[in-house]
Ligand binder design. Structure first.
Ligand code: AMP
Ligand code: MG
Length: 341
């Protein structure tokens, strides 16, 4: 199959709509990362998305809708705090999980009785969602477990030949996936951290929990996505905390001593640390100097790293609050070797 990359115009939206109506898939830009979209009501389309990505069959999908879509068509209960969250943050990078009416394909939520819904703020995504007028499930448009895509080229690198159309809406400004927040209980609980932070949610609704699965208890995990190796570049990785940066330098020296004739070692770190690692002899990828910049650059740099080096040494930024919770979560997953068992 030939994959076309097209700017978002009336014509390309028409074409995208036709593909979706025929049960096909289209890659779309959002303010977080690019998504691989298909009709949430259509079993075949949803099945195809799992197959094309190689996504584990128990990792549920998020339904994307335009900002005036009538939520009561797909969700069954709407707690007052969810309304407050929608008013404060939507359209934007916050996904809310509600009890489901069960109207979308059962494959979307992988057997859970809930449905995750997101209203992206990206103009191109809104235009596409208005054109199709149905909920579109859209996981990140990458091969499962690989780094998420923040440009049309990234999508092409992973899925070229497997999908007919990529709508090109430029580089994603947010850079990491949406915050996923469970709205089925008394107060909201963050299942996946992202650009809308716990601090921001607490300001609006008072209480906000954070979910960490207790894997030993045997309970059913609320957000299966947390179990998988994710966002990983195709090179070896080593992760060091900010406090352990000295050990990162030792690792560079050890690598250089043993490997004289290969693609070498690179370091991914925040801007203020660049110089010390350059002195240590590594190529340095600059994650940035503030939280928003680090989120926006993260995936692009992980994709650059896999082309540039054999070993990527990641040194965590010092800050941990706000958006950094999401950035650190992605960095740590990108550097783990295996799925959680
Ligand atoms: P992705 O589409 O790759 O950004 O991943 C979607 C994320 O949302 C994963 O972490 C899923 O586990 C999570 N998710 C989707 N639907 C639900 C749901 N109904 N309940 C809990 N988590 C969900
Ligand atoms: Mg993903």
């Amino acid at each position: 199959m030939q994959t076309q990359i097209k700017e978002i115009t009336k014509e390309s939206l028409k074409e995208a709509k036709k593909i979706i109506e025929n049960g096909g898939v289209v890659a779309i830009p959002t303010e977080t990362v690019y998504g691989l979209g298909g009709d949430a009501f259509n079993d075949t389309a949803v099945k195809n998305i799992f197959e094309i990505k190689g996504r584990p069959s128990n990792n549920p999908l998020i339904a994307h809708v335009h900002k005036d879509y009538d939520l009561s068509k797909i969700t069954d209960y709407d707690p007052p705090y969810a309304k407050k969250l929608r008013e404060a943050f939507l359209p934007g990078p916050l996904t809310l999980v509600y009890p489901s009416t069960g109207k979308v394909s059962p494959l979307v939520s992988c057997g859970l009785n809930t449905l995750a819904v997101r209203v992206p703020s990206h103009e191109g995504a809104q235009a596409f969602l208005r054109a199709v007028e149905i909920p579109i499930v859209a996981p990140s448009a990458n091969v499962s477990r690989h780094v998420s895509p923040t440009s049309a080229e990234h999508v092409f690198d992973d899925l070229g030949g497997k999908i007919p159309l990529i709508l090109d809406g430029g580089e994603c400004q947010g850079g990491i996936e949406s915050t996923v927040c469970d709205c089925t209980g008394e107060y909201p609980v963050i299942l996946r951290s992202g650009l809308v932070t716990r601090e921001m949610i607490e300001k609006v609704v008072g209480t906000c929990g954070e979910y960490t699965p207790d894997l030993k208890s045997g309970e059913k995990v609320k957000s299966p996505g947390v179990l998988y190796k994710h966002y990983a570049p195709r090179c070896k990785t080593m992760l060091f905390s900010a406090k352990n940066a000295k050990n990162a330098k030792n690792a560079i020296s050890a690598y250089i001593a043993e490997n004289l004739e290969n693609k070498g070692v690179a370091v991914l770190c925040e801007e203020k640390r660049m110089e010390e690692f350059e002195k240590a002899g590594a190529k340095v990828l600059n994650l940035g100097k503030n939280q928003a910049e680090m989120a926006m650059r993260l995936y692009k740099l992980l994709r650059e790293a896999e082309k540039l080096c054999e070993l990527l040494i990641v040194v965590e930024p010092e800050e941990t609050g706000g958006i950094m919770a999401g950035v650190l979560n992605r960095l740590r997953k990108a550097c783990t070797s295996e799925d959680v068992k």
